[in-house]
Design a protein around this ligand. Structure first.
Ligand code: PMV
Length: 332
């Protein structure tokens, strides 16, 4: 059992995973598609140690109880697989240390990169030999959208009706359509509702059934637009999807209202820039921070405009990232 460190990137879904058909296995209600983001990174070191009496978990220098129990449950999944494979006879506990280079729990999908890094580091550290599909299936059970972050480029999560059929694959390499994502931070508050709680409310929205009816067509349309390198159509679909997703949140019972004044200010700016001829679109996850999507040649203009807004604290400029990588330097 070897200490292992993995760097994984977070992602932004252009077609969102929202709602589940199986809560325990985290099978999504629909397929989704995301961009892996090279600038948003989680690095995680895992070491199994026969001398430990319990798992030790530290994320960004601390750990909350909820996070800790989710990480431990995932480590247990990995130990159980290792027992089935004859790699260990009894449970061996692990020390896990993880750091993010972006604010966690603010709707920027730190659990996606976090669980992808944890899955790969822990399974490798314990000696499991899983291919990308196996890693994606395993990661999905810890945090749904993390199954996409074991891949690189533009990634599709095939929804599937069973655990073995629900995993992510690379849909296209990042250079097919070199989108820039200006991740615009308007606040670093901890979001008021976890996505796990949100998913459970999806079906309470009267609009959810209508969403389900047309989501696979929408997914097909965005895939065609990516292959055609048609950024305008990709942006239009992604922006409409973000608004539809938030309308499901707004009409869930109880409703989930996440947008801040700064969020709306950024949205207005994006639309103003667009009416001035700049191809720029937005999308938002379960939070208030905004992903502003544009093409490389317009990045500086959009960045300067965003920085001119008083509500914008920080902008993290990202391209499309690769799959996770093993690092030689460990965190402990
Ligand atoms: O994987 P979760 O439970 O954190 O849910 C992710 C939900 C969204 O970020 C809103 C959409 C997505 O597909 O990433």
């Amino acid at each position: 059992m070897q200490k292992t460190t993995v760097l994984a990137h977070s992602d932004i879904a252009l077609i969102k995973y929202w709602g589940k058909k199986d809560k325990v296995l985290r099978l999504p209600a629909n397929g989704s598609l995301s961009l892996i983001l090279d600038a948003l990174q989680t690095t995680t070191t895992v070491a199994f140690d026969v001398n430990l009496g319990a798992d030790q978990v530290q994320i960004d220098g601390a750990v909350e109880e909820g996070e800790k129990s989710r990480v431990i449950a995932h480590l247990q999944r990995i130990r159980d697989l290792a027992k089935q494979a004859g790699l260990i006879k009894t449970d061996v506990f692990a020390r896990v240390m993880s750091v993010n280079n972006f604010p966690k729990s603010t709707g920027l999908s730190s659990s996606s990169s976090g669980f992808a890094a944890l899955t790969i580091a822990a399974s490798q550290a314990i000696g499991l030999q899983l291919d990308e599909r196996g890693l994606s299936i395993l990661s999905r059970q810890g945090s749904g959208s993390s199954c996409r972050c074991v891949c690189g480029g533009i990634v599709e999560w095939i929804d599937g009706d069973t655990s073995d059929q629900s995993y992510a694959v690379q849909f296209a390499k990042g250079d097919v359509l070199p989108i820039r994502d200006l991740v615009t931070i308007v606040a670093e508050d901890k979001k008021q509702i976890s996505s796990t709680e949100g998913h459970d409310l999806a079906e309470t929205s009267p609009f959810f059934a209508a969403r389900q009816q047309q989501i696979s067509t929408k997914l097909q349309r965005i895939k065609q637009a990516i292959q055609a390198r048609d950024f305008i159509t990709v942006g239009e679909i992604a922006e409409a999807e973000a608004l539809e997703f938030h309308s499901i949140l707004l009409t869930s019972q109880p409703n989930i209202f996440l947008l801040y004044p700064g969020t709306v200010e950024v949205i207005h700016l994006v639309r103003k820039l667009r009416s001035g001829g700049i191809p720029v679109y937005f999308t938002i996850n379960t939070g208030f921070n905004v992903h502003v999507l544009t093409l490389p040649e317009y990045e500086q203009t959009v960045l300067q405009a965003l920085k001119g807004l008083s509500s914008v604290h920080k902008v993290l400029a990202s391209g499309i990232g690769d799959k996770p990588q093993l690092l030689k330097e460990h965190l402990f």
